[in-house]
Write a protein that binds this ligand. Sequence first.
Ligand SMILES: Cc1cc2nc3c(=O)[nH]c(=O)nc-3n(C[C@H](O)[C@H](O)[C@H](O)COP(=O)(O)OP(=O)(O)OC[C@H]3O[C@@H](n4cnc5c(N)ncnc54)[C@H](O)[C@@H]3O)c2cc1C
Length: 399
Amino acid sequence: MTRTADSPTESAHLDGVLVVGGGYAGLHAAQAARRDGVPVTVVDATGRHDFVTRLAAVAGGTAAVTDASQPLASFVDRVEVALVRDVGDGSVTLTDGRRLRADAVVVTAGSVSSRPPVEGIEHARTLRSAEDALALRDELAEAASVVIVGGGATGVQLAGAAAHAHPGLDVTVVELAPRLLANLPAPFGAGARRILTDRGVHLHLGHGVERITPSGAVVDGVLLPGLTVWAGGFEADASGYGLPASPEGRVLVDDTLRVLGCDRTFAAGDLADHRDGQGRSLPMSAQVAVQAGTVAGGNAARLVRGSAPVAARFRQLGWVFDLGGRRGLAQVGPLDLTLPGLDLVPPLLHDAIDVKNLVEIGGLAALRFAPSSLLGLLRRGAAPCPHDRRSAAPLPAAA
Ligand SMILES: Cc1cc2nc3c(=O)[nH]c(=O)nc-3n(C[C@H](O)[C@H](O)[C@H](O)COP(=O)(O)OP(=O)(O)OC[C@H]3O[C@@H](n4cnc5c(N)ncnc54)[C@H](O)[C@@H]3O)c2cc1C
């Protein structure tokens, strides 16, 4: 951790922009403000940037442990490792009681795994952070079977990676909807089904989980034995920070991403209720977080410099899913990459997107954190690269 020069005591004023959360939205907000010449401090609970779209591959065992997370200090100069409890107008309060004020605040504290009232859900593992991914990686290395509840992006990517990395592992996906990736166009569902069944994954579609026990998940009165992973979605808790919230718990913002009722606080990423041009709520996704973070950070800097904010205009560029073992699914503009024979292309797109992101948040020096799959390809001209089976290598320290 790089502490700010004037580490606050009870209450402190930080020059420039204070960003809460060092995820995709937070780091893009930080870079946008810095580009405008405004100093930035990032306050984050872990002091690390998790590469969240790689976590399923890390947990499943098709990506290296180093793909999970890197210290925030590699990307921003001023980092404060602390948990924010409340957010005010131009200030935040930490769980240790300290209050930090700044010229502008951008809140990007993300989301958490949803915990619906399913009996025994406390027995299920979740996958939302680098810690979760590494713990799951260790358990999967020892397990005979895994039951993944949820056939959305997280469940499908985890099932694909785990089935590829552990050919002896019995992998089951249970999904309430009649198809996989039900929130996306039908070709995604068909493509995911094709790749997962090729890898021997059992699919229980159109079935809900009745309860979860320490030894598995009960579906239609039958116990599916195995380590159970809850991949049933994510939720935000804006009101928990004292911010105005939508019924879904996301922060209400205006079109410049300023929090409603605030002058000096903006919000972006999973935590915020982003809308498209037609007023429809946008899904929680890395690409929305990146675009929103850039606008929110830029507007926070404009506020500091006394210029007018700009409105956010979100572009839905498409979807890219990496199912491990250099197979995946994508749709980019009119280009449909969900068809058999094209499976190799989406993982390359995923690598390219990550490289672009890395350069945006950390310049060329950040390329040392490029995905292991890409570095493996470049070094050997062939995939896949050998990976540490277990997470024996610890997460990189925050300092
Ligand atoms: C397993 C998985 C796979 C995914 N795959 C894809 C994909 O393929 N494509 C895609 O577009 N999206 C994907 N997503 C969704 C995408 O990762 C999220 O939408 C994105 O990470 C949101 O970015 P964010 O910056 O809002 O939040 P995050 O990236 O989660 O960052 C939030 C940050 O805030 C910090 N924080 C949280 N609370 C506090 C607090 N109180 N105080 C201080 N700091 C705090 C956290 O430590 C974290 O660093 C996936 C998500 C998961 C979990």
